[in-house]
Design a protein around this ligand. Structure first.
Ligand SMILES: [Zn+2]
Length: 87
């Protein structure tokens, strides 16, 4: 099983297209949809909902939100010491 470079789906190596560049690196595209989106249309795979990269970016954003809210809560809960001017 080979993993698609664009959508991240596992597919048999006999299906799809293997693009081999001059430096020897191989890129596997499972379908013409993935190949055209990556090479012709030059789309960002993180922005397309049907790719694995989108799920990862979505999870990262959710984790970041959770951390930010936790930080904001911890800042609010800290007791503020009032200084007495007479002391
Ligand atoms: Zn694909």
């Amino acid at each position: 099983m080979t993993k698609c470079v664009f959508c991240g789906r596992e597919e048999s190596p006999y299906k799809g297209v293997h693009l081999i560049s001059n430096d020897g690196s191989t890129n596997f595209y499972c379908s013409s949809k993935c190949r055209k989106n990556a090479l012709n249309l030059k789309r960002d795979k993180g922005k397309l909902k049907w790719t694995e990269a989108h799920l990862i970016t979505k999870q990262k954003a959710a984790d970041k939100k959770v951390r930010e809210t936790a930080k904001a809560k911890s800042k609010k809960e800290e007791p503020v010491k009032k200084q007495n001017p007479k002391e």
